[in-house]
Design a binder for this molecule. Sequence first.
Ligand code: NAD
Length: 253
Amino acid sequence: MFNLKNTVSVVIGGNGVLGSAMAAALAEAGSKVAIVGRNMEKAGLVCGEIERGGGSAIPVQADATKKEELESALNKVLEWGGRIDTLVNASGTNSPTPFFELEMEEWDRIMDVNLKSVVLASQVFGKRMIEQGGGGSIINISSVSSEPPLSRVFTYSASKAGVNSVTQFLAREFAPHHVRVNAIIPGFFPAEQNKKILSPDRIESIMRHTPMNRFGTPEELKGTVVYLASPKASSFVTGALLRVDGGFGAMTI
Ligand SMILES: NC(=O)c1ccc[n+]([C@@H]2O[C@H](COP(=O)([O-])OP(=O)(O)OC[C@H]3O[C@@H](n4cnc5c(N)ncnc54)[C@H](O)[C@@H]3O)[C@@H](O)[C@H]2O)c1
């Protein structure tokens, strides 16, 4: 049910903290994995780790906000693997700039990395999945900040609300082509993009609102990503926004 042998996965942002764990999970389930990112050195390290574990991986350079770079990444992955079965959109950035100090350059940068990238990758890789036939799975990485928005991270929250909307829109559009589109809503996992934001008072308030009273570890996303990638395990699942958050989304007073 969770076997991904003879499939090819693309993880955009696969050299990040959560992206690399999810890429490893897909490889452990038998998928060949392309690690797409801007930094080839980091992508190479993630691929080396996967190959040491017995998997097959290739680093592919692309800025996720540039369509032409994603198109050339698609061609490289096809030369290597011949098809695309799973796309994980895991690039991301964040900033705690107060609302009245926010400059539109920063708004554009965060929106581009978190939301435009999902749209572009769905156009480039999603089109290929539809054209090749046989179905596929797109997994977007949203956030608990998508609904309702967290304090302090205004642009990030708006971008992730957009990710939920794009996920459900494309789930409807792509369903007739047997391409499923879902999102994972992770709670709090210490990573690169949020280390500036995780101040001691912020950590305290996160813990107060997380019934499990701890951060997640990247490994705790592995089962969910394999489940959503597997055409058997999640064959009737599309348009879902799946929480992996230690209960954060179920919390009230
Ligand atoms: N860590 C958390 O608590 C958490 C919670 C909810 C959602 N998320 C989401 O998970 C995803 C992964 O983030 P992470 O926490 O692992 O952080 P991370 O900073 O470790 O990873 C983000 C990755 O995105 C890449 N990236 C940034 N801009 C890019 C671009 N233009 N083109 C290609 N790649 C680009 C970075 O190089 C990095 O590898 C993000 O979408 C983030 O918003 C994280």
